[in-house]
Design a protein around this ligand. Structure first.
Ligand code: ADP
Length: 481
């Protein structure tokens, strides 16, 4: 199949979260399975310097944008056989310090930036010589692509248009802009309707994608069900129920790129370990304890969290649970940045418990590997979690995840109550500090029994969330008639 993926972030070129990991790994895995794949993404600041093999293509975008026209260059890279990564080079929009914003505030022209990007995606879908059969867009940033493709095929003689699949990585971010921004799409008013791009008088880019895509996927089966409910539907549950009723919504659990997240020969880790020999994990743990300035005590259970410090991630209940549990003999390491309030609260905790709590407010990919590998337990108490990746990285690294029963967390972790023989982690349901604290107490009980710890660890390390297995599910979604 010939597939064009579009994403506002793609690992290893740009990343703020799981979307980048998923877009990069899906593209790579589809190409490995023999498909012709393109990934299109903006050329952000610093990418050209880090990837000198990037070359400029003989392609010039000159596209209407409201009453003006906007132009851009196309750059490309072929990181693997059958895979081309196309970069939209438009410095006014993309050569900035932050991908979506700076200093905690969104860029004020995000609507314009990503409408233009979406138009470039459509232009490539239409004119690339290899003629993609499917365009798979992601989240609100490319949410207008389905409507743009539909409109051009209806009115501009674009016969045999590609099918457009929207993947929702997070329903909470919808690309909500004043009505005036709709003019930049150059679409007629017929798409700006309550069952389309309009939402309470404003432009909602993700809603437009849900309404006009041929197929919608989201990143776990449980989240696919959750988003059709009022509780998790973020105001779009009605439309999602309609699309589900039409057989157009499906959940496909994200995978892990095991070439990157590996416990042997990993340049980010000071020692290797594996299912056959766990000894190196203790060396990684003591190295991390030293790196973070915690007492290098091999028998003290080490808990970790790596996250965006955002409301979604359950940091309020994590703070509550730690408050309750920090009198016990345990250590906790946090790598996370985001909300200034949460950063302050975690720093306070570290000051009060310097021998127990270490916090780093940074984005540090290499440290993320070390925390994943060094910890005994990983805390992920999300309020909602479309898929979540860190719990799956934990499993591979022999680190037992403690997660709330929601979205992809529920789909990827096995609790002893689900299946004792195959248990990989600890799950709790109620969104509260005491419920998480109870999970931590269960962890401490498990920690006292070395063979039980190993039982969980080995089950987790053997679990297979490789992308190779997932590719078939995407192909099925792409082919859905
Ligand atoms: P989300 O996309 O909602 O942020 P996911 O669990 O799907 O959550 O993916 C988060 C990704 O971002 C993971 O690969 C995680 O390791 C990474 N990440 C988050 N915060 C940091 C950080 N401060 N430093 C390094 N990596 C981080």
């Amino acid at each position: 199949m010939k597939i064009l993926l579009a994403s506002s972030e793609v690992h290893p070129y740009s990343k703020t979260g799981g979307l980048a990991d998923a877009a990069g790994a899906l593209g790579k895995s589809l190409a490995e399975a023999g498909h012709r794949v393109g990934i299109v993404t903006p050329l952000y600041r610093g990418i050209r310097e880090k990837f000198p093999a990037l070359r400029r293509e003989d392609w010039h975008f000159d596209l209407p944008l409201g009453s003006k026209r906007a132009s851009a260059e196309l750059w490309a890279l072929e990181p693997a056989k059958g895979l081309t990564v196309y970069f939209i080079h438009k410095p006014e929009y993309f050569d900035r310090a932050g991908i979506y914003g700076e200093n905690g505030a969104d860029h004020p022209d995000n609507g314009e930036r990503f409408i233009f990007f979406s138009k470039c995606v459509v232009n490539l879908a239409r004119y690339l010589p290899w003629q993609p059969e499917v365009v798979n867009v992601s989240d609100w940033q490319t949410g207008l692509v389905p409507a743009l493709v539909l409109h051009q095929s209806r009115t501009e003689g674009w016969g045999n248009r590609p099918r457009v699949c929207l993947t929702i990585h997070n329903l909470a971010y919808q690309g909500y802009f004043p009505r005036s921004v709709y003019a930049l799409t150059n679409l007629p008013p017929e798409y700006f309707i309550a069952e389309g791009a309009e939402h309470f008088g404003k432009l909602n880019c993700l809603k437009a994608g849900i309404a006009f895509a041929d197929m919608i996927t989201t990143v776990s089966p449980r989240y696919a069900r959750e988003i059709t409910t009022q509780e998790y539907g973020e105001g779009l549950d009605g439309l999602l129920r309609k699309r589900q009723g039409q057989g157009r919504l499906t959940g496909i659990l994200n995978g892990v790129d095991y070439d990157e997240w590996k416990t042997t020969g990993n340049p980010h880790l000071p020692a290797s370990f594996s299912v056959g020999d766990l000894a190196g994990k203790a060396a990684v743990k003591s190295a991390l304890q030293r790196e973070l300035g915690l007492p290098a005590n091999p028998t003290c259970p080490l808990f970790g969290t790596i996250t965006r410090l955002a409301e979604q991630k359950g940091m309020d209940i994590e703070l509550g649970a730690l408050e309750e549990m920090l009198n016990a003999d345990l250590q906790f390491a946090l790598l996370g940045s985001g909300s200034a309030d949460y950063e302050r609260e975690f720093r306070k905790l570290a000051r009060r418990f310097p021998a127990r709590v270490a916090v780093r407010h940074a984005y540090d990919h290499s440290l993320a590997h070390r925390i994943e590998a060094a910890c005994d337990f990983y805390l992920m108490p999300s309020r909602f979690e479309p898929c979540g990746l860190n719990q799956m990285y934990s499993l591979r690294y022999g680190t037992i995840p403690i997660v709330r029963r929601t979205g992809g967390l529920d789909d990827s972790v096995v609790d002893v109550a689900d299946n004792a023989a195959e248990a990989t982690g600890i799950k709790f349901s109620t969104y509260s500090g005491p419920a998480l604290a109870k999970g931590i107490r269960k962890a401490l009980a498990i920690y006292g029994d070395k063979s039980l710890v190993e039982h969980y660890q080995l089950n987790g390390m053997r679990a297979d969330f490789s992308w190779g297995r997932i590719v078939g599910e995407y192909l099925k979604a792409y082919s859905r008639r």
